[in-house]
Design a protein around this ligand. Structure first.
Ligand SMILES: NC(=O)c1ccc[n+]([C@@H]2O[C@H](COP(=O)([O-])OP(=O)(O)OC[C@H]3O[C@@H](n4cnc5c(N)ncnc54)[C@H](O)[C@@H]3O)[C@@H](O)[C@H]2O)c1
Ligand SMILES: O=C(O)C1=N[C@H](C(=O)O)CCC1
Length: 239
């Protein structure tokens, strides 16, 4: 498979290494010193583009790639308020697009566990939900995309929680997400339900960001035979 790596930072470099180790070729590497080269990526030279850049660059890159008819997987977080525009464009172009806030298979199981627990907890009184995410100090967005997906899962399964805020919260119906930044942390997410008498806590810890890179390459291999707006849930059904 020919893979274009769009965004050549920590993730882009890890994606390149894992793609090569699984026998794939890298058709293009795009970073902030050659952004114009994205115009050269086409279905003739690239099977899939993998976008891991930064929040203020991702939307333009994704739009360009879809306009050029390139199958696009996106992992960049912090631009999701514009997601609908992207899915609309993808449909207009009969293109292929997948965004996942987290490409770790373990985190995607954690998302399911989170929804299951949220549903159970919605039937109990006296517990307060809270979330904490910890990432490395270079991270540009907060809360993490993963924390937002976890919050959406909680709100879907527990109608008494209607919004999240990126600070501690004691307000009824408001989920507080605390974001911490510590050197070298690849990503840790904890969801807590506390009552005066007991606490239930679920936690996922990424030990190495290779877990995200391996995940996205496996999704890319699967996506070569798929079209439309894809979801990592569909990929996991076939795992
Ligand atoms: N979905 C996931 O599983 C997952 C996992 C890890 C990181 N991420 C997200 O991926 C993104 C990248 O993470 P990272 O740790 O590699 O960040 P990073 O800061 O190490 O790398 C980002 C790279 O993007 C480059 N860039 C800037 N402008 C660009 C442009 N216009 N076109 C292409 N590249 C450009 C920067 O020069 C930099 O090299 C972040 O949003 C992060 O939250 C997602
Ligand atoms: O390193 C990052 O940045 C990460 N970003 C994603 C997020 O925001 O959830 C996934 C975990 C690592």
């Amino acid at each position: 498979m020919n893979i274009a790596v769009v965004g050549y930072g920590k993730m882009g470099k890890s994606i390149e290494a894992i793609a090569k180790s699984r026998g794939h070729q890298i058709s293009f590497i795009i970073d902030q010193d050659n952004p114009e080269d994205i115009s050269k990526i086409s279905p003739d030279n690239t099977d899939v583009a993998i976008e891991f850049s930064q929040p203020d660059a991702a939307l333009d890159n994704i739009i360009t790639l879809l306009n050029q008819g390139v199958k696009t997987l996106a992992g960049t977080t912090g631009w999701l308020d514009r997601y609908e525009e992207v899915t609309q464009l993808c449909q207009e172009k009969n293109g292929t697009f997948l965004y996942a806030s987290n490409f770790s298979v373990g985190v995607n199981l954690f998302f399911e566990l989170n929804e299951w627990l949220a549903k159970k907890m919605s039937q109990l009184e006296g517990f307060e939900a809270a979330m904490e995410e910890i990432h490395h100090t270079e991270k540009k967005d907060a809360p993490s995309g993963t924390a937002i997906t976890l919050s959406e899962g909680i709100m879907k399964e527990n109608p008494t929680i209607s919004k999240w805020v990126n600070e501690p919260s004691k307000e009824d119906g408001v989920l507080g997400i605390v974001s911490k930044r510590e050197p070298g942390v690849p990503g840790t997410h904890t969801v807590t339900y506390a009552s005066p008498l007991e606490t239930i806590e679920i936690k996922h810890t990424a030990h190495d960001r290779k877990v995200f890179a391996e995940g996205v390459i496996k999704v890319a291999e699967w996506a070569t035979n798929q079209t439309g707006i894809l979801s990592i849930k569909d990929f996991l059904k076939n795992e």
